[in-house]
Write a protein that binds this ligand. Structure first.
Ligand SMILES: [Mg+2]
Length: 389
């Protein structure tokens, strides 16, 4: 298994930096970008004004109390978009695998660029230099084996910094960081996490199972893995599949549970085959049910670890459909759909993979027969609709 090299690039104080660059007389001054007025909030703050405690999303009035001499500049989103496009053109000169998070932030998967462009740190340095020389702005970059750690790293040496955290340094490189830096720990969760005695990544990583279960429910194990710096989410280009779905509108509405289960099995099977073809595993399954009056309901279930075998997907989808049917027996159904999401790439599937992450031997055989002879040639037993007698 080859380790991935992921960059998280984050332009420093982006809107404010663009304003300062376009109006050199503002250089070094405390600049706030935002609409002045009683309800305005800080859209961006230059580093000169951050020293006073001014932060993004703060009301402008509060910011001006902290720093009365700050210069408030109204935002020019069109301008930021132009500069953003220039920055992304630079990012894309290093790899086609660029996932934008906002106008000034992106993940880059440079795994395949290493052979041509060198070590990821060298790539990051060249990228930072190019951004500085060609658009006159600074960017901070985190280099890591995955998105989670790259994003943490880019923040550690801001502004104008470069920080690498290698796979060999995990999990210890993260251990002393405050837990609020972990993706998934928001302002709402934080007090509960603190109350449980968890303040650092190390605390969470080594917390008793019971504690994590109380805090995070079914996400307990996932959170422990995150705190240890594991993250298998792929870098996804916009428009690329983030979910895989299949649905079917029936010629005439169906209300027979066994007929519906047969249809569901077909859909799960199609989705499972496509999932394995993209070499991904899914951590969420959803079903979609549309009744004859066009009311649509969705049910979804997340699970850990991610799976790619049809049997696992079927078990969850079938349970959700059964619940739905139990609540509304004999409701005529017009459309049924299945989707998997929270996709993770196959590159990380390794020796420690849990059974569901691997396609079962049946799946592999079915996929192979279909590939060679076409989808219609093979049906699983649960896809054969019993003839009504
Ligand atoms: Mg930024």
């Amino acid at each position: 298994m080859e380790a991935r090299s992921i960059l998280h690039v984050d332009m420093d104080a982006f809107y404010a930096s663009v304003e300062v660059r376009d109006r050199p007389e503002l250089a070094g001054l405390p600049v706030i970008v935002g609409h002045p007025g009683p309800r305005g909030v800080v859209a961006a703050a230059s580093y000169a004004v951050r020293r006073f405690g001014v932060r993004s999303a703060m009301p402008i009035a509060s910011a001006l109390r902290l720093c009365p001499q700050a210069i408030v500049v109204p935002p020019r989103i069109g301008r930021y978009r132009e500069v953003s496009a220039q920055a992304f053109a630079i990012f894309e000169s290093f790899t086609p695998l660029v996932e934008p998070l906002s106008l000034d932030e992106a993940f880059l998967d440079v795994t395949a660029s290493r052979r041509l462009l060198g070590e990821p740190v060298a790539i990051a340095e060249r990228l930072r230099r190019k951004v500085r020389e060609e658009i006159g702005l600074t960017a901070s970059v985190g280099v890591a084996p995955n998105k989670l750690v790259a994003k943490i790293a880019s923040d550690l040496r801001k502004p104008d910094g470069l920080c690498r955290i290698g796979a060999e340094e995990l999990p210890h490189a993260l251990d002393d960081l405050p837990i609020e830096r972990l993706w998934g720990i928001g302002a709402k969760t934080l007090p509960r996490v603190h109350a449980a005695g968890i303040r650092s990544f190390r605390d969470l990583r080594s917390a008793p199972e019971e504690t994590l279960r109380t805090l995070f429910g079914r996400h307990a194990e996932a959170m422990r893995r995150r705190a240890a710096g594991f993250d298998e989410r792929p870098v996804v280009r916009p428009g690329e599949e983030r979910s895989i779905s299949a649905e079917c509108t029936f010629e005439s509405d169906l209300d027979d549970p066994s007929a519906l289960r047969t249809e569901l099995a077909r859909l799960v099977d199609r989705v499972g085959t496509r999932l394995r073809r993209t070499d991904a595993a899914a951590a969420q399954v959803a079903i979609k049910v549309r009744t004859s009056d066009f009311a649509t309901s969705h049910r979804q279930r997340s699970f850990e670890p991610p799976a790619r075998d049809t049997a696992t997907l079927w078990r969850l989808a079938d349970a959700m459909l059964s619940e739905w049917l139990a609540e509304r027996p004999r409701t005529p159904i017009r459309l049924l759909g299945v989707a998997v999401s929270d996709l993770e790439t196959g590159t990380q599937v390794d020796l420690f993979e849990p059974p569901g992450a691997r396609a079962s031997r049946i799946d592999t055989t079915v996929d192979e027969v279909r590939r060679r002879f076409g989808a219609a040639r093979i049906l699983r037993a649960n896809q054969i609709r019993r003839q009504p007698r």
